[in-house]
Design a binder for this molecule. Structure first.
Ligand code: XIL
Length: 381
């Protein structure tokens, strides 16, 4: 029997976890972050104007972090053989001006990965969220020009590649570029300033630059709900098929898989992986967790269900069924890596998404870092 979780899957796929930068910080840095979050929350509350018809919710109160190592750090080191930064490798964390780069968070995770003999992936080069504001501006109160933005993006991709190309197994080159409205490329009206300024071929360009910058990494196009919504799945299929025909160096589709306890059915997950496999592409699961809430629960937030045994068993069963499917698709040569979006339920982003402060329990370790039934189920799968 395996002792550590990744060992049980290592012949089929790497098992990864997204690492919150907070778990790698010193006590002083964490305290500083807590003060900052408190201030930001106060400001947010002061300026908050609810939209008509919006369900009521409690604002989450930032909680101070415990002193010393959090369990997440040990668990991440032991049970996973692949890591990715939850936020520290996003453009907004790194690119502060045309020649201003802050690699502190990325370097810290790389050091952690090296110390623990883990592979590391990069999330993400181009995304409409968590990008720095300055990059889309001309410095005179207007929009950056197409040439300006292209030069900035290319410079960014090349600089990141120069520093990390030998350490990164796969790169999310473009993240969440398919629109939920019409399943074609998300445009300016749908929050993509990349599309708005550079036009639709920003995706191809980013991949060509990424190939130069990271010649030995696999290059991923990453999105959510591909396994959940058939139209979106097909939209991504059309996009990558076209890219391949144009000779664009995309080799992998990333399924985020922020899924829930009931949806989607396993057959849809399987179909999705095989659809992209049929194009000769590889698939990786980039951000998985299994939420306790169905989307419709958003309007009626329940209290956290974490310690309800029936729920825990149901969640364990669901993880097991999905990982059986992953194993099969890995043995068919399509699926390469499976990454969970976090380690413990204490730190999961789902505690505040989509309903701020609602709390969720989607991962394999509980708020104290104790193994949940889903963990044991996978350990013995
Ligand atoms: C999330 C992080 O987990 C949060 O800490 C952050 O506040 C917002 O972003 N899709 C993605 C990830 O591609 O980058 C997001 O990560 C979750 C959804």
């Amino acid at each position: 029997m395996s002792k550590y979780l990744y060992e049980n899957f290592k012949d089929d796929f790497r098992l990864g976890a997204a690492i919150s930068g907070i778990i790698l910080m010193s006590d002083e840095e964490r305290q500083g972050l807590f003060e900052f979050m408190k201030k930001r929350m106060e400001e947010f509350k002061k300026n908050f104007k609810p939209q008509p018809g919006m369900p009521e919710f409690k604002f989450p109160e930032p909680q101070p972090y415990p002193k010393g190592d959090m369990p997440d750090k040990r668990l991440a080191a032991q049970h996973f053989n692949l890591v990715v930064a939850e936020n520290e490798c996003k453009m907004g964390s790194i690119y502060h001006g045309p020649d201003q780069f802050d690699f502190k968070g990325a370097d810290r995770l790389l050091k952690f990965a090296r110390e623990n003999g883990q592979a590391m992936r990069w999330h993400t080069l181009v995304w409409h969220n968590q990008s720095p504001k300055w990059i889309f501006e001309d410095g005179k109160g207007g929009k950056a020009s197409k040439e300006q933005l292209e030069e900035r993006l290319k410079n960014y991709i090349m600089t990141v590649g120069e520093r990390y190309k030998d350490d990164i197994c796969s790169v999310d080159v473009v993240n969440e570029c398919i629109s939920d409205k019409n399943f074609i490329l998300r445009d300016g009206a749908d929050r993509s300033q990349w599309f708005d300024i550079m036009g639709p071929d920003y995706v191809d360009k980013a991949f060509f630059w990424a190939k130069e910058a990271f010649p030995n990494s696999s290059l991923v196009i990453n999105d959510y709900n591909l396994e959940m919504i058939e139209g979106k799945r097909q939209g991504m299929y059309n996009l990558v098929k076209g890219m391949k025909e144009r000779g664009v160096p995309v080799d992998t589709v990333g399924l985020q898989m922020h899924i829930n306890i009931e949806n989607p059915p396993i057959s849809e997950i399987e179909k999705t992986i095989e659809l992209y496999g049929s194009l000769g592409l590889k698939v990786i699961v980039t951000e998985m967790e299994v939420s306790a809430y169905l989307d419709k629960d958003f309007e009626h937030p329940d209290p956290r269900r974490e310690y309800d045994q029936a729920f825990l068993d149901q969640q364990a069963e669901r993880y097991a069924k999905i990982f059986e499917c992953f194993r099969k698709e890995a043995r068919a040569g399509i699926l390469k890596d499976v990454v969970l979006w976090g380690v413990t339920d204490r730190m999961t982003w789902k505690n505040n998404f989509p309903a701020p402060g609602r709390g969720d329990c989607p991962l394999l370790f509980d708020t104290e870092g104790k193994e949940k039934p889903a963990f044991y189920k996978l350990l013995n799968l």
